[in-house]
Structure formats: structure tokens, C-alpha cells
Design a protein around this ligand. Structure first.
Ligand code: PLP
Length: 373
């Protein structure tokens, strides 16, 4: 089956008892056992629930993986991966990645003995250089947050595998509509499903999708998921599953609009630089073109001037809302340096935009009036 058909039908069978076309929400936390102690499907909702199983089945299918695990947030999914490592393991993180992952490695996992280094993975030889005998995991994001750097997934996965390490790709921005990292050799795909997969800024969630189920990784992660207990509620799983059939059309439209906006901003005299892999001048344009089917709904740009000019410009926008997060139906704009804190490497005049489903000409008009006043 093709991707669009999978999004509509995987994890959504007609319910045998009632004929319901849309899945029911199973709120029960516990499930009846038979006289011999056996159970039908689930025992207790922290361990498993019909809505979570349906969501996990769908997510595995969309990324082309053998298994998926759903979590209460993207950070819970990321934390589970880090907790699956052992004391004194070493990991390599992309130098430009979701700040919460770096902070978790730094503030929590370092106390457990996890060592990490960062590398600019646009040049895969930097990954090779950062390898240590105890490197177990290489963690990358492409396009990256917030600078839209592009990393060659196949090249980095190969370097990781040669060193006996796993390769994880945070695919929250590209989504499986535009990029399927497991096909390029990644072992784990991570999602903040809060973003495009949820798509409506109304549900928090995370997921891990695995290329293989052998090797013990799935069991280790499953144990952390069910014993750690950072699981999504049945309603959250239901909302996410409901969002998946519209994922392809949402993401393609958002990506087409972002591309038009990137070209518009790129020509504007008050804009210093636009970071968008769809621009032919972007350093990662060719690699992105090879591993993505289009360039995505996220872009960032630096307005001329400093932090004050960037904040004032964002304040003049009427359709874009100044808020964090991304991937929803509404366009959002954010000054990343403010949210990332004092140690942020993000330039002070950089704004990050998540392009929604408004008419692209209205968005361009809004940007134009805010740039020209
Ligand atoms: C938002 C985000 C996360 C964190 O996910 P939460 O759902 O907020 O916990 C991780 N990675 C990326 C790329 C994100 O955008």
C-alpha cells in the first residue's frame, strides 16, 4: 500500500463488535482475566492499551519500521533512548539540535556517567573524528533546529555502524511524508508527535520507531516505556491517530507555502539571510533534495539589525502568532535565542517560522507589512 493509504487504514480496523468505523477510546485502566489467568490483549493501561497499540502500529508502518513505541512527549521518547545506554557510554549529538535533548544529556544523564560530544554533522568526517571506543549512539536532526542544517543520513549512519554505534534521527520536522530515515540506514527514528504528526497544537506526545526488533533494543526501550511510565493517555493516542490521515496533505501544503515564503524573504532588502534547504544557495540543498521529497514547512531567517529589530518585527505581524512549537495548522513565529537561554548559540536576530495552512499570499502580505513599517 502507498503512504497515503497507510495513513488512513493502518491501526484503524472496523471494530468487530460494533462495526464502528472510527476507533473507540478505551479509558479502562485494567482488563479482565479469565479463570486460568490468561488475558485477551491488555492487562493494565500503563503496560498497554488498545489505542496505544493502534497508534504504534500506524507509526511503525509510516516510517517503514518493525516496531514503534509511543511516549507522553518527545522528551520522554528522547530520555528513554538515553536511559537505554549504560554508564560510561559515549554519544555524539549534532551541534544544532533541539535544545531539550542537549540539556537532558547535560543535566540528567551526565550524573549517570553518560558522556557526550557535539559535532557539526554537515561534514560527516566530523562524526568520525568525534568517535571514541565507547561511542554507542550518534544522534542527528535534519533539517536541524533552528538553523535548518542538512545532514547526509546515509553517510553518518554508515560511520556510526562501522564504529558499532546506532544512528538516531529526530524526524519531527521532516515527518515520514518528506523523509524516511530508516531507508537511509538509521536505526531509530524519534518524533515529537506534538508537532506535525499531531498537527493541531492540541496533543503532546513522542515516539520511537525501530528499523529492527532483534538485538534487544526494543525490549530495553519497552521496559523503560512501561516501567518508567511516561506513556500517552488513550485520548492522546486517539487524537494522534485521528491526525495521521491528513498528515500528507497538511505537510505538502505547508512545505509548498514555506518554499514560496523562503524565496520571498530571500529577495527582501531587510532580511540578512534565510535558512531554508529549498533555496539553491543553501549549503545542504543537494543532499536535502536527495533524501527529502520536498523541503518542509519550517524556515528561519535573520532580519537586519539585532535582537531588538527581530523582536519588533515579530511584534508587527498580525497573522503569525508569537509562540513556541511548530507543525500546527496556524503559522507561528519565534525568537529562539530567548527561549534557549543564556548559553544559546542561536544568533540574536534569528526568527524561526512554522508555516501553517493559511493562504500563502496572506502570510506573505503579513510579512511584507511587518518588514516595511
Ligand atoms: C519539540 C521537539 C522535541 C521535544 O518534544 P516535546 O514533545 O516537546 O517533548 C524534540 N525534537 C524536536 C525536533 C522538537 O521540535
Amino acid at each position: 500500500m502507498r503512504f497515503e493509504t497507510l495513513t488512513v487504514h493502518t491501526g484503524r480496523p472496523i471494530e468487530p463488535g460494533t462495526g464502528a468505523v472510527t476507533p473507540s477510546i478505551t479509558l479502562s485502566t485494567t482488563f479482565e482475566r479469565a479463570d486460568d489467568g490468561s488475558f485477551r490483549q491488555d492487562i493494565y493501561t500503563r503496560l498497554g492499551n488498545p489505542n496505544r497499540s493502534a497508534l504504534e502500529t500506524a507509526l511503525a508502518a509510516l516510517e517503514g519500521g518493525k516496531a514503534a513505541l509511543a511516549f507522553a512527549s518527545g522528551q520522554a521518547a528522547a530520555a528513554a533512548v538515553l536511559q537505554s545506554l549504560t554508564t560510561d557510554d559515549h554519544i555524539i549529538l549534532s551541534d544544532d539540535l533541539y535544545h531539550g535533548v542537549r540539556h537532558y544529556a547535560q543535566e540528567v544523564m551526565s550524573r549517570w556517567g553518560l558522556q557526550y560530544d557535539s559535532a557539526d554533522m554537515r561534514d560527516p568526517t566530523n562524526v568520525k573524528r568525534a568517535l571514541k571506543p565507547n561511542t554507542r549512539l550518534v544522534w542527528l536532526e535534519t533539517p536541524s533546529n533552528p538553523s535548518l542544517k542538512i545532514v547526509d543520513i546515509a553517510a553518518v549512519a554508515e560511520i556510526a555502524h562501522q564504529a558499532g554505534a546506532l544512528c538516531l534521527v529526530d524526524n519531527s520536522w521532516a515527518t515520514p511524508v518528506l523523509q524516511r530515515p530508516l531507508q537511509f540506514g538509521a536505526d531509530i527514528v524519534m518524533h515529537s508527535t506534538t508537532k506535525y504528526l499531531g498537527g493541531h497544537s492540541d496533543v503532546l506526545g513522542g515516539a520511537l520507531i525501530l528499523r529492527e526488533t532483534s538485538g534487544g533494543l526494543e525490549e530495553r526501550l519497552r521496559t523503560i516505556q512501561t516501567l518508567g511510565g511516561s506513556v500517552p493517555s488513550p485520548f492522546d493516542c486517539w487524537l494522534l491517530l485521528r491526525s495521521l490521515p491528513t498528515l500528507p496533505i497538511r505537510v505538502r501544503e505547508q512545505s509548498a507555502s514555506a518554499e514560496k515564503i523562503a524565496f520571498y524573504l530571500n529577495e527582501h532588502p531587510r532580511v540578512e539571510v534565510v535558512h531554508y534547504p529549498g533555496l539553491p544557495t543553501h549549503a545542504g540543498h543537494e543532499i536535502a533534495g536527495a533524501q527529502m521529497s520536498s523541503f518542509g514547512g519550517m524556515l528561519s531567517f535573520q532580519v537586519k539589525g539585532g535582537q531588538a529589530e527581530a523582536l519588533a518585527f515579530a511584534g508587527r505581524l498580525n497573522i503569525f502568532t508569537r509562540a513556541t512549537s511548530l507543525g500546527g495548522v496556524e503559522s507561528l513565529i519565534e525568537h529562539r535565542a530567548s527561549i534557549e537561554g543564556a548559553d544559546s548559540p542561536t544568533p540574536p536576530n534569528l526568527l524561526r517560522a512554522s508555516i501553517g495552512l493559511e493562504h500563502v499570499d496572506d502570510l506573505i502580505d503579513d510579512l511584507a507589512q511587518a518588514l516595511e513599517t
